[in-house]
Design a protein around this ligand. Structure first.
Ligand SMILES: [Zn+2]
Ligand SMILES: [Zn+2]
Length: 336
């Protein structure tokens, strides 16, 4: 019974906790932004706008239905797994003690600095390092075949809804929560070591102010059919909803573009930036003529595991073959 209670509160928490992407207030703001965009930019009436936003064909599609189910299953998996994952406090403590062993670093080196600067730089640092690590991990998710096998689950969505953010393989979920723990811990340990206990974050309703701003600016529209584009210059700095939608496109020229979460700067710096295009021109998913079986839960959860197993076996086979060749060569040289 307790487990049932924990599980239901874990689910509801996603919608009532301002730290979560699908916090209802953020969803509501996204709907308002979408309404304004359709009415002003596309000159639609209110009625047509609402029909467009709450498009039944999207929210009741096979793809969206699997998003909802994956959300429910993954929350349960994370509830079971998360007590076994290393926490940011453990990593931060280990790093904090490690810094004491570095000669050129001394604890509290910058304690005298005004509190306002410490808090401001900590808030910016935490947001930036978190966003950058998301970019790096996401890029590797596309680059390494073993990780792509997992990340494909997210890209197999053929329509996007705010719930598509949860359409991930649970192993990817674990990788991303470790990423979050490590990056938070790096910031916390460095700042507490150098600036002492004046360190804290600028927050709104308990959320880093930058994360809050990112969310009220319609972060939920990134996974949606509402292709809001920014001015070209702004898309070098912030990822627009339409830029992330393009990341989900099957077109060859859109492959491996726009890995960024909030900031587009990383994509710009490392050559993976692509400006947005009209949403209507995009075909979403992994490949053309993707059939319904891609939305089958059993396939979504088990196919990546089989694929990873295959990759590992192939790697082992290659290494074995290499060794055999070396041994044979050795024998040949000995015989000669
Ligand atoms: Zn991706
Ligand atoms: Zn996505």
């Amino acid at each position: 019974m307790d487990y049932f209670f924990d599980y239901t509160s874990q689910i509801t928490n996603q919608f009532i906790d301002p730290k979560k992407r699908v916090f209802l207030f953020y969803i509501l703001i996204s709907i308002l932004i979408a309404t304004a965009w359709f009415m002003i930019n596309k000159k639609l009436s209110l009625k047509k706008t609402l029909i467009k936003i709450f498009d039944k064909k999207i929210f009741f599609s096979k793809s969206a239905k699997s998003d909802y189910k994956i959300f429910l299953i993954n929350q349960l998996i994370m509830m079971i797994v998360s007590p076994f994952l290393i926490t940011q406090l453990t990593i931060a403590t280990a790093l904090y003690f490690y810094f004491h062993t570095i000669d050129w670093l001394s604890a509290g080196m910058f304690v005298g600095i005004a509190k306002i600067y410490i808090i401001l730089s900590f808030t910016i640092f935490q947001f930036t390092i978190d966003d950058f690590s998301k970019y790096i991990v996401h890029r590797f998710m596309h680059k390494w075949p073993v990780l792509w096998a997992l990340h494909k689950v997210h890209h197999s969505a053929t329509v996007l809804t705010p719930m598509t953010v949860f359409r991930t393989h649970p192993l990817e979920g674990i990788i991303f929560s470790l990423r979050s723990a490590i990056t938070q811990a790096i910031g916390i340990s460095i700042f507490f070591y150098l600036f002492g206990n004046l360190v804290s974050l600028y927050t709104i309703v308990g959320v880093n102010i930058f994360v809050f701003v990112f969310n009220i600016l319609g972060s939920n529209l990134r996974h949606s059919h509402i292709g809001i584009r920014y001015w070209k210059w702004l898309e070098y700095i912030f990822i627009s909803p339409a830029q992330h939608q393009l990341h989900h496109s099957i077109a060859f020229e859109h492959h491996d573009k726009n890995f960024g979460a909030a900031l587009a700067i990383w994509d710009w710096l490392f050559g993976s930036l692509h400006h947005s295009v009209e949403f209507e021109t995009l075909h979403l998913g992994i490949k053309k003529n993707q059939h319904d079986a891609t939305h089958n839960l059993k396939n979504l959860y088990l196919d990546p595991i089989h694929e990873i197993k295959k990759h590992i076996f192939n790697k082992i086979k290659k290494i074995k073959n290499k060794f055999n060749k070396i041994i044979l060569k050795g024998r040949y040289i000995n015989e000669v």
